[in-house]
Design a protein around this ligand. Structure first.
Ligand SMILES: *Cc1c(COP(=O)(O)O)cnc(C)c1O
Length: 228
């Protein structure tokens, strides 16, 4: 087992002054590793792959708050809807509508974060600013269509680079956008409050730039081996 409890404690103390939350990203890691962090008090875990999450959820304690942080296809929402707490990477209206439909079937409300594309890389998913505004305008004008989801905030991934000022600038822009979206669409809505930014390599910068929720994997669980 290569989990790092010292790093975990360090991350928690870094989060404390910001009142930010830790999503412990356990993708590709065995349930034993999750149980070890659970035993120290961690309750929020993040996964990227639907089948893997469903299998882990079935055998792990029921009070774990599961966050789905990966790219999600609409046809797989039904497998997560019975238990998922928050879905981080909403990048289309179609996906949001499907989540609402499946949450309704399960008589639940699912928290959703809108993923905004902030990185220079082409490959990362997410809405651009115009798509974001369009989605929110539709949401605002069709409240009855979204009674089983809460748009709880926004999520983004910075460019994978050693250039700290670039990462900072990308997070900063997203925080600005978060503020204007809050004012324009969610002024009296307490549930819109999460800015999910920051991973193992860049979470200290993300906290300085307004993160309320960091998603940290390799720092806590060790490097991932996708070939196993
Ligand atoms: C894997 C992953 C993380 C965690 O990455 P680390 O660099 O291991 O901390 C965070 N967010 C998303 C969306 C991921 O896919």
């Amino acid at each position: 087992m290569a989990i790092n409890i010292t790093a975990y404690k360090e991350v928690l103390s870094a989060l404390t002054p910001y009142h930010a939350k830790l999503v412990a990203v356990s993708k590709t890691k065995p349930v034993e590793d999750i149980e070890a962090f659970y035993a120290t008090g961690q309750r929020i875990f993040g996964e990227n792959y639907v089948q893997e999450l469903v299998e882990k959820q079935a055998v792990l304690p029921a009070d774990i708050e599961w966050h789905f942080i990966g790219h999600l296809q609409s046809n797989k929402v039904k497998y997560l809807a019975p238990f998922v707490h928050t879905i981080h990477a909403i990048d289309s209206l179609k996906l949001l509508q499907e989540i609402n439909k499946q949450a309704a079937k399960n008589q639940r409300v699912i928290n959703c974060l809108l993923q905004v594309h902030i990185a220079a890389e082409e490959t990362k998913f997410g809405l651009d600013e115009q798509e974001l505004q369009q989605l929110l305008a539709f949401w605002e004008s069709h409240p009855a269509d979204f009674e089983h989801i809460h748009i709880a905030g926004m999520m983004g991934m910075a460019t994978n680079t050693n250039n700290e000022s670039q990462v900072r600038q990308e997070f900063h822009q997203l925080h600005q956008l978060f503020g204007s979206v809050k004012t324009r669409f969610f002024n009296n809505k307490d549930y819109f409050r999460e800015l999910s930014i920051g991973m193992s390599a860049d979470y200290p910068i993300a906290l300085e730039e307004g993160s309320t929720m960091v998603r940290i994997g390799s720092l806590l669980f060790g490097e991932r081996n996708y070939n196993k």
